[in-house]
Design a protein around this ligand. Sequence first.
Ligand SMILES: C[S@@+](CC[C@H](N)C(=O)[O-])C[C@H]1O[C@@H](n2cnc3c(N)ncnc32)[C@H](O)[C@@H]1O
Length: 259
Amino acid sequence: MTAPAFGGEVSDYYQRFRRGYPPEVADALVGVFGLMRDDVVLDLGCGTGQLTRVLAPRVGAVLGMDSEPDMLAEARRATAEPNIGWVLGADTDLGALTTALGPGRLGAVTVAQALHWMDHERLFAAVRPLLRAGGGVAVVTNGEPLWLQDTAWSAALRQLMADHLGVPLHRTCGTDASSQERYREALSAAGYTVDLRVVDYSATLTVEEIVGGVFSAMSPEQLPAPAARPEFTERVRRAIEPHGPLRERVRVRILTGVR
Ligand SMILES: C[S@@+](CC[C@H](N)C(=O)[O-])C[C@H]1O[C@@H](n2cnc3c(N)ncnc32)[C@H](O)[C@@H]1O
């Protein structure tokens, strides 16, 4: 695990261009954990609040917690829901949160597209005392990265990005089968009852949305200089548009562990 870099302009691209979650994802979480209007949910590694905002209307309150202040600042700016609290903190702060909230206070802890930055075994153990009976942990992944999909336009994007960054691109951010299996086994070993739900959807993207999504996944050092971004966008357009329509099929995986 390398320390992630989601600060500065990357957080702005993340807020504007990263996929959100369809309402069916929140419905699945409500069903699995029996979430009610008086439940509090912790969304750990919340980023700019993609899952936090979808959960908020269904429960009493959501705490969106993230270790990157710029992501939280973008989340706060983009959010109208009054029952979300944004908290600066990391997975390693859960002991302090348990002391602050008291045991059994949370209906669920969600970790969406963020577990690959954390020590998942330690996290699953640390979360247990925070959960009420019937509550649990959800490990959510939101489809494959734009450049790792099984389409011709994605392959062209992958080649262009590998040329730009000077390295081949393989990192799947926890969406691959072996990561999913490791998470499942660790949840089970920590005493949770494990289940998997999936939500499928498809979307047609513009070149600008794809470039914004790519920028949201770069570190600040990898981002092209502002003046070079229009030219980068045109290179992407020339590479991928011949393979259009720019359609992606997204599978949201919701791996749950009930306490
Ligand atoms: C790829 S984003 C996911 C954001 C959002 N949950 C989503 O589904 O799109 C990963 C987030 O995890 C945060 N993060 C990374 N390591 C973390 C840690 N140890 N504790 C809390 N947040 C962390 C990053 O700052 C970033 O905002």
